[in-house]
Design a protein around this ligand. Sequence first.
Ligand code: RM4
Ligand code: MN
Ligand code: MN
Length: 424
Amino acid sequence: MQIERYQIDELNQEHLADHKRKLEFVSHDLAKPDNVIQKLKIFNIAIPSWALGTGGTRFGRFSGGGEPRSLEEKIEDVGLIHALNRSSNSISLHIPWDIPENASSIKALAAQLGLHFDAVNSNTFQDQPGQKLSYKYGSLHHVDKAVRKQAIEHNIEVIKYGIQLNSKALSVWLSDGSNFPGQLNFRKAFQNTLESLQEIYEALPDDWKVWIEYKPYEPNFYSTTIGDWGQSYLLASKLGNKASTLVDLGHHLQGANIEQIVSLLLMEGKLAGFHFNDSKYGDDDLTVGSINPYQLFLIFNELVEGMDARGMNHATDIGWMIDASHNVKDPIEDLLQSVQAIKIAYAQALIVDKSALQAAQNSNDVTLAQEILQKAYRTDVRPLIAEASLQSGGSLEPVNTYRKLKVRKHLIQERGSKTVATGL
Ligand code: RM4
Ligand code: MN
Ligand code: MN
């Protein structure tokens, strides 16, 4: 199924007068509302191929109807999201869940929908059918050189798939770690990981990057070999310029100050990008902005300030991706909500009065600093996002339009009510 532009335009018409009124209201108080709208128009967030089906937990999986049965159908779904919000123009593939068997036809399909391919993700946290050696005790950090070699070769294969699709980055997340004290020699595990990554690094084309993700626990519950940003940063520094640290919001212990981590990684030129999601307890992979939108805003506040300080392009100099898995929602609705939450936080960060904040910081006016931040956070910026979408040919209200057009019903008719997408 494809959504036609006229269908979106028709539904936009119904809300246009209301939208204009709200836009005027918020614009009145802003110094340069058009600048914010222009920045929002070019801001895109990649959709992960593994998020288009209903996710599961280790207790079960309750698939929804009309889930994509193939990579082609996943690309179609991202096309639907992008048609609605004009902010999701790329897809991030997980190999081997989504192997592009025929790269040129996959690329053509994506291009037809205005999409391209973001980072490719390797997977050495599961054993695949027919795989020679097991990753039960890890992959790139494994005590057995032969297992490490197999995992290195997998990553190099993923790079090759990515090259065919014009991806420019390999994203590596390892589940390597230990479950019990004494199981692992931490230093040797780290060194093995570094050496393995060095071999993968050697296989990167000149214009490629490798992004190293960290996570404190799960599936291992005593130690993870790349457990926090310090460990990822250390690896990225030793590897070289093409390596940097990827921040997945759910991969922190409770109470961690993620915005401070982001600020320092940016300062060092080592912030690769994001896996956005939200969480209450751990790596919950909930809809972005559903639990702690204030934290998301504070992160974007550091991002905007830090990127501007380095003269970076907000839209292209960092990898923006969602990494979530939806257990009960319609995945497309959930992704639309996530993209919307990210754009809200970004727009709020853009309207922070930076010079006033700096002055307040320099005079230790703590109260005023908080007032300035929260003034931006409490501004309803949704009309600015709606306007950016409208100007780009998208919907004023993506979720609403998706429902009005009965997209899921059409997908179920096309694909069936009992389909299961590859992924988690
Ligand atoms: C991990 C990590 C990776 C993601 C897998 C599915 O927790 O976040 O980025 O690819 O889950
Ligand atoms: Mn992730
Ligand atoms: Mn995760």
